[in-house]
Design a protein around this ligand. Structure first.
Ligand code: NI
Length: 218
């Protein structure tokens, strides 16, 4: 069954809904994260192709049911929203598939994005997790979860299962080794790989400086 509502209207209704939903998040997943991911996804799509409408919709909705932000409920807010706006059923299914493939589930857990749209949204979300903004978001998330900045005796772990990755309560610095520094080599598209290089270098410099200050070196 097709929908008669113009795609532009569906996108702007979704934007409005998401803006309100994520207005006051303090875990680094606020509206501005969604806004940046959407802009980056659009930018990558201009270079790499893909279905623009599906990419934009999936980028806007990608964190709505994220396991990191959920309250344990099993109901899909994404599904309810897509039904609500009477979007074409095929489009709704494809958007849900894209979103399912976006999330990082642990260093040793492969998260495969098998179509260009999912690859682009996944890249855009991962680019927002690295570089200067990635650093800021990581400490915001750690603070939100009550974690230490760093503990010299707690070693980073490369999680081989999503269950272990979800349960970690390690200091925030460990997250760089458990996820953020791995992302550069896991970008799907060439356009994203290029952007990731610079952001990755910035994080390495940050860590060098962090440990040198930690050890009271000049
Ligand atoms: Ni996200």
């Amino acid at each position: 069954m097709g929908s008669n509502i113009p795609q532009k209207e569906l996108v702007s209704a979704t934007e409005h809904f998401i803006k309100q939903h994520f207005a006051s998040d303090s875990s680094g997943h606020d509206w501005w994260h969604i806004h940046r991911v959407r802009n980056m996804a659009v930018h990558l799509s201009e270079k790499e192709g893909g279905n623009f409408f599906l990419i934009e919709m999936a980028a806007l909705l990608h964190d709505l049911d994220d396991w990191k932000l959920g309250n344990g409920e099993n109901t899909s807010k994404t599904k309810s929203w897509l039904t609500n706006i009477e979007i074409d059923k095929n489009d709704a299914e494809r958007i849900e598939q894209i979103i399912e493939q976006v999330s990082f589930k642990g260093a040793g857990v492969e998260t495969k994005a098998d179509n260009l749209e999912a690859q682009i949204v996944q890249d855009a979300d991962r680019l927002d997790a690295i570089g200067a903004i990635g650093i800021a978001r990581t400490f915001a998330y750690g603070g939100n979860k009550g974690r230490l900045l760093h503990h010299p005796d707690i070693e980073p772990q490369l999680h081989n299962s999503f269950e272990d990755y979800k349960k970690t309560t390690a200091p925030t610095i460990n997250h760089f080794y458990e996820k953020l520094l791995l992302l550069k080599d896991r970008m799907n598209t060439k356009a994203a790989q290029e952007i990731a290089e610079e952001r990755h270098r910035f994080m390495e410099n940050f860590l060098t400086q962090f440990f040198s200050e930690w050890d009271c070196k000049k």
